[in-house]
Ligand binder design. Structure first.
Ligand code: AMP
Ligand code: GLY
Length: 417
């Protein structure tokens, strides 16, 4: 089969690595891909129409979309209108990620447990409501804000500033609607599942680390590391998740007539009152995917075809018992301003330890691999135990260097004690 993978980050490198292992894969095209992805042809198209034209011309049998933006723009509508097989929700269903108020209304309507929230289109009304709310309180921009649209405010001033920033246009259109949400306490976990509108199949659990610094300090990032499985998601919790979140999600999709043949990512907080939804994403998480796919023994091409064709009832996923850990190495300064263009060394030595080094923000400059983004590499390793997986990942990280290379030293540590 000819496969088209859209995206350029660590998640896409992990997807490409797994897709390439399938005997079904003949040719892999990546739009645009990254320097870590070997044996694939880079494609420069980046709009739904251009990508569909490419897929038609090159007889692509399966298209997989990494990031959310194109899903929210309606790439799935564009492909399916032309009879092209693609994994993902259509434009309307992608609002489960693209609009937090749409997602909240879906959760309320279908009885999925989540934090209380109110939606505001006017700054004055939002400020008035804020005064009646206990602290801490969570302020969210409605639309896509590259992971920066959420503030967990410990003080009223901080909350007011977050609301002001939204209405002042800090997030463009995405911020002109604001949610004020009850703050939940507990342990977070990411539940990813394949859903084809008829069947929902959960993937192995995982947890990412959103804060930039050790001990969950510092600003929120796209994700500084991840591990799978997440011990907080034990068998008893899986049962509850099935009953209270996964099955109600599927029923909601059916009742609302949403076209959803893709990945649903439920960000949950395990509270004293049980699991509650923080958010939906409609795609694989980054860096959760690096850790989760490292453990997948099934053929990813088969699994994704079954998702796109609504045959998930015929699929049973097989997982390695071994835990996996992904440590993200970043540019100094991320998620704030940072410099790029520093030569990277040691990747081969790191790979010799058995780890997988997924590229996230790299490029080739004058024949040399250099840093080209905030998140640069996702160093991923398996182990017989979580402790061993952590040690294996950090042993590989130590081999890699560039000027200002930064990483958290405590990935998965909360699961070890
Ligand atoms: P989101 O993009 O909605 O997942 O929010 C990003 C992060 O903000 C989450 O991973 C949580 O750490 C935090 N967060 C979001 N909503 C809440 C909430 N209602 N209570 C506490 N923390 C939250
Ligand atoms: N790791 C969080 C996300 O992919 O949104």
């Amino acid at each position: 089969m000819n496969i088209l993978l859209i995206g350029s980050g660590g998640r896409e490198h992990a997807l490409a690595w797994k897709l390439a292992q399938s005997p079904l894969t003949e040719k892999l095209f990546c739009a645009p891909g990254n320097p870590g992805i070997k044996n694939s042809t880079s494609v420069l198209a980046d709009t739904p129409e251009d990508l569909a034209n490419f897929a038609e011309l090159n007889k692509i049998d399966l298209t997989m979309v990494g990031p959310e933006a194109l899903l929210c723009q309606g790439i799935v509508d564009c492909f399916t209108d032309r009879g092209l097989r693609i994994v993902g929700p259509d434009r309307r269903a992608a609002q489960l990620e693209g609009s937090k108020s749409f997602a909240k209304e879906f959760m309320f309507r279908h009885g999925l447990p989540t934090a209380k929230a109110e939606v505001f289109d006017e700054e004055k009304e939002a400020m008035k409501y804020l005064r009646s709310q206990p602290l801490p309180v969570v302020i969210k921009a409605d639309g896509l804000a590259a992971g920066k649209g959420v503030v967990v405010a410990g003080s009223r001033e901080e909350a007011e500033q977050a609301i002001k920033a939204c209405f002042a246009g800090s997030f463009g259109e995405a911020g002109y609607r604001v949610l004020i949400e009850e703050c939940l306490q507990g342990e977070e976990a990411s539940i990813l599942a394949l859903c084809d509108g008829k069947t929902i199949v959960p993937l192995a659990s995982s947890q990412d680390h959103k804060r930039a610094e050790d001990g969950d300090q510092g600003p929120n990032t796209g994700g500084m590391g991840a591990y799978s499985p997440a011990p907080v998601v034990d068998e008893a919790l899986w049962k509850i998740l099935d009953q209270q979140i996964l099955n109600p999600f599927l029923l909601g999709v059916q009742k609302d007539l949403l076209y959803f043949r893709g990945i649903i990512y439920a960000g949950i907080m395990v509270t004293a009152d049980g699991p509650k939804l923080l958010e939906f994403n409609v795609r694989f998480g980054d860096p959760e995917t690096q850790a989760v796919l490292a453990r997948l023994d099934s053929d990813l091409v088969e699994v994704l075809c079954a998702t796109a064709d609504a045959r998930l009832d015929q699929i049973e996923l097989k997982w390695s018992e071994k835990p996996a850990v992904c440590v993200v190495m970043t540019s100094e300064g991320y998620p704030g301003a940072y410099q790029k263009g520093f030569p990277i060394s040691g990747i081969e030595e790191a790979e010799k330890t058995g780890a997988m080094v997924f590229h996230a923000g790299t490029k080739i400059q004058n024949g040399q691999l250099v840093t080209a983004g905030g998140r640069v590499l996702g160093v991923t390793a398996l182990g017989n135990t979580l402790r061993q997986a952590v040690d294996n990942a950090y042993r590989a990280v130590e081999k890699i260097s560039w000027k200002g290379a930064t990483f958290r030293h405590d990935i998965a540590s909360r699961a070890l004690f």
